[in-house]
Ligand binder design. Structure first.
Ligand code: DON
Length: 559
């Protein structure tokens, strides 16, 4: 029997049970999905010690900093989507990195105005001022039930005693030229991550004593353990000695931003997601708003693929025209999320053929002017939830580890636009609204998201650079089809981002017949020949009183 027959019963059942108390119920047990079993374990340990989802989130994030040093860490930043059950309140902690005060729009350009190869990706100029340490402290103090020392203890132990290398670690190190580059250009990083100059074997233990000391300092002193005093001095000295721009004031002045999440509706599903400076959440809502105008349940498979791809294209078109850090530039967010705007975007969709991106003009404001990442999802038994996507950007970030600190610095300055029309590492085309300015946050794609119906609550997110919003879109559509997290995280993926005007796809995403049909509609297909992303999803099914967690078996090997 098709799901279409089943769905009304599920809905009716949900409403009926809801009226007798589903809304008041609590999750039967806590649930955590993260990219590494040791990080998930750290979270459960904290829950067992009496911590809530917020404490567990701090423990998971800190443990990921140790066991996935190539992906996220205290040298980076990210977005935390929180639901406080007690007040039925959703909020976002924006711990995105900021550009140092000496940064400028043309800092990565040569005299001819051309980007200097690699400068926004490697070395200290690539690094923004980190936000993750501030977020760990703030979340513990404001929302946690345990102390910072308790929440950081599992990570400190993993750093001090070491953790066993897995396949993901080896893969990250073999990404592109990482392994050689660290050894040739970044000896302080190589000493830690490539011990004895050899690719570590699976099972080999990596000890990070400096990082253990740094985390201990944070545990003992809170924010000033990282952003002031000896550690801040070590960070600034090393960055400046290698030609970077950080100052002690940049660190001392770092501000977390507490933001209202973006909220949207797709059918009966309430979507709560990440606001600017992430372009991810508005992208997800734009795609859903566009798709809302079609009956996806009553079209052929190819028509469904076509409509979804066009929605992806249009959302990324908007990104290239309208989005930047809204603390610095004007963004018409209400208009972008309106039904009228979605209807206008839909006018660009032809039902039987692809709309070339070249036909979608770039707005005048877009004129020239001037695996890293890890997601985890948690639900606790009080009904609190956390979805956090944290990153140092590209695998092993900027490569810079200020000696004695164990902190691997991010390369998130690359998420700014170097120059209008210039693509970054994710082939996202730059535009003036996202140009570098002192204290500004670079646009992101990271988008921890809640999907909420009367009877189900999901926490979803993934790494994957510009592909993050389209991965989450596909997962949300599967949620809408009543599938479970194991399905959301494993379903084959495809992606379009306006420019380049190609459909990238995983090996199993389209049958040969579908590929032929899509090509006949005018799509340029780009098989990736591999899978991407690392989705971590949790679900609380209130009707059946069950919780689910699903971890993607993929690790994002990006290029
Ligand atoms: O903020 C962003 O959108 C990117 N820096 C995220 C990087 C990422 O997801 C890399 N993952 N493989």
């Amino acid at each position: 029997m098709s799901y279409r027959w089943l769905q009304p019963w599920v809905v009716i059942f949900g409403i009926w049970v809801g009226s007798v108390g589903v809304a008041q119920s609590l999750p039967p047990q806590p649930v955590i999905a993260s990219a590494h079993p040791l990080a998930t374990q750290a979270g459960y340990t904290i829950l067992q010690q009496g911590g809530n989802a917020f404490d567990a989130a701090v423990a998971v994030a800190a443990a990921l900093a140790v066991v996935e040093p190539y992906a996220s860490g205290i040298g980076g930043g990210g977005f935390w989507l929180l639901h406080e059950a007690q007040y039925n309140k959703d909020l976002v902690i924006d711990g995105r990195e900021v550009a140092p005060m000496a940064a400028s729009a043309d800092m990565f350009l040569d005299e001819a105005g051309e980007p200097i190869a690699g400068m926004s990706l490697y070395g200290p100029k690539a690094a923004g001022i980190p936000g993750t340490p501030a977020a760990l402290v703030y979340i513990t103090e404001k929302y946690g039930q345990l102390t910072l020392a308790e929440n950081l203890a599992p990570a400190i132990e993993l750093a001090r005693n070491g953790f066993a290398v897995g396949e993901d670690y080896r893969n990250a190190l073999q990404q592109g030229d990482k392994y050689q580059r660290l050894q040739q250009q970044f000896p302080a990083a190589a000493e830690i991550f490539v011990p004895q100059g050899k690719l570590p074997a699976v099972g080999q233990v990596i000890v990070q004593s400096d990082l253990a000391n740094t985390l201990t300092l944070l545990a003992e002193q809170g924010r000033r353990g990282f952003y002031a005093g000896t550690l801040a001095q070590q960070l600034v000295d090393a960055v400046q000695a290698q030609g970077g721009l950080w100052t002690l004031a940049d660190l001392a002045d770092y501000q977390l931003k507490i933001r209202e999440p973006l909220v949207g509706q797709y059918g009966s599903i309430k979507i709560v997601t990440t606001p600017l400076p992430s372009a991810g959440g508005v992208g997800i809502l734009t795609m859903l708003n566009v798709l809302q105008g079609f009956d996806l349940a009553n079209v052929t498979e190819v028509e469904r693929n076509h409509l979804i791809i066009e929605a992806m294209r249009l959302a990324f078109w908007d990104r290239s025209r309208y989005l930047g850090d809204a603390d610095f530039v004007d963004v018409p967010m209400n208009r972008l999320l309106s039904a009228e705007h979605a209807a206008q975007l839909r006018e660009h969709i032809k039902l039987d053929q692809a709309t070339p991106s070249a036909q979608l003009s770039v707005a005048p404001m877009d004129t020239p002017k001037g695996h890293s990442t890890s997601h985890f999802s948690i639900i606790d038994t009080q009904g609190n939830r956390v979805g956090a996507t944290l990153s140092i950007n590209y695998f092993f970030g900027s490569g810079v580890v200020p000696p004695g600190t164990g902190v691997l610095l991010n390369n998130h300055m690359d998420d700014f636009a170097m120059k209008a029309g210039q693509a970054n590492v994710y082939q996202l085309v730059g535009h003036a609204l996202n140009e570098i300015a002192p204290g500004k946050r670079p646009l992101s794609s990271m988008a921890p998201t809640f999907a909420i119906t009367e009877d189900r609550i999901a926490v979803i997110g993934t790494p994957g650079g510009s592909r993050i919003p389209t991965m989450i879109l596909l997962a949300l559509l599967a949620f809408a089809d009543d599938q479970l997290p194991a399905y959301w995280v494993s379903l084959p993926r495809y992606h379009h981002q306006y420019l380049p005007d190609v459909v990238e796809y995983e090996p199993d995403a389209f049958s040969e017949w579908q590929q032929n049909e899509l090509q006949a509609m005018g799509y340029v297909l780009k098989p990736l020949g591999r899978r991407y992303g690392n989705m971590q999803a949790t679900l609380w099914d209130k009707v059946n009183q069950r919780v689910y967690a699903a971890s993607d078996e993929r690790r994002d090997l990006f290029l």
